[in-house]
Design a protein around this ligand. Sequence first.
Ligand SMILES: NC(=O)c1ccc[n+]([C@@H]2O[C@H](COP(=O)([O-])OP(=O)(O)OC[C@H]3O[C@@H](n4cnc5c(N)ncnc54)[C@H](OP(=O)(O)O)[C@@H]3O)[C@@H](O)[C@H]2O)c1
Length: 226
Amino acid sequence: MKIGIIGSGNMGRSLGILWAEQGHQVFFGSRDSEKGKAVAQKAGLGTQGGTNDEAAAFADVILWTARGVMPSELLSNKEVLNGKIIIDCNNQDIPEEFAYPAIVESLAEKLASDVPNARVVKAFNTMAQEVFELAPAPLKDYQVSVFVAGDDEQARSTVMQLATVIGFAPVDSGVLRNARLVEGLGDFIRMIMIGQQQGSYATISVNVLPKAEQQRLGGRQASALY
Ligand SMILES: NC(=O)c1ccc[n+]([C@@H]2O[C@H](COP(=O)([O-])OP(=O)(O)OC[C@H]3O[C@@H](n4cnc5c(N)ncnc54)[C@H](OP(=O)(O)O)[C@@H]3O)[C@@H](O)[C@H]2O)c1
């Protein structure tokens, strides 16, 4: 797969290297072409680097790491993204005392409004960079969830594969509107990591448990509430 990285900071560099290690063709884009090239040179693995425009033109799948910066602002021609998969890994800024405002429109939905012909998928926002350093092993042993939300089923499936190959456990999280919930989880885990001082290795995993052998509590009774 051809993967373009928009913004070669912590997330872009980490995920780009991990995907290149799995044999994907990766182009590190940056506002500064020399920075993109330097990141690629350090990464090796046949990666390339340059401008964000070049990364967007090169790729079929794009990782968007520039929080709140829209393609219409960052790229000289946003139409280059038409039909392409854009992974949005962004979280909102952390407010004082983690008093997050309610999310009525997610960052991923805002991105999708700017490029309605691209296939935007929310993913990789609920774990810290430190966790990527453990990928793909020993990370795989911990079954850390990556919540994947997007309106295009095939795009979701592609992103779930990209999560699996680097050692995560993808969770199909449905349509892009659900990115509001996924971004809420990103806010929550950062409150746990930083606010509750659990550290950067705190993660979220969805488990499916076996049914209890006995319903000794009476089991679930009919109720109008869920
Ligand atoms: N770091 C984490 O642990 C982590 C985990 C999960 C989610 N996230 C989320 O992922 C996003 C990126 O985080 P990060 O840690 O990678 O941040 P970062 O290290 O600061 O990298 C973000 C990159 O975006 C580009 N950028 C920043 N401001 C820009 C602007 N005004 N216009 C255009 N490009 C700009 C820059 O790339 P160039 O200098 O190359 O242009 C920058 O290096 C954030 O929304 C964050 O909340 C981070």
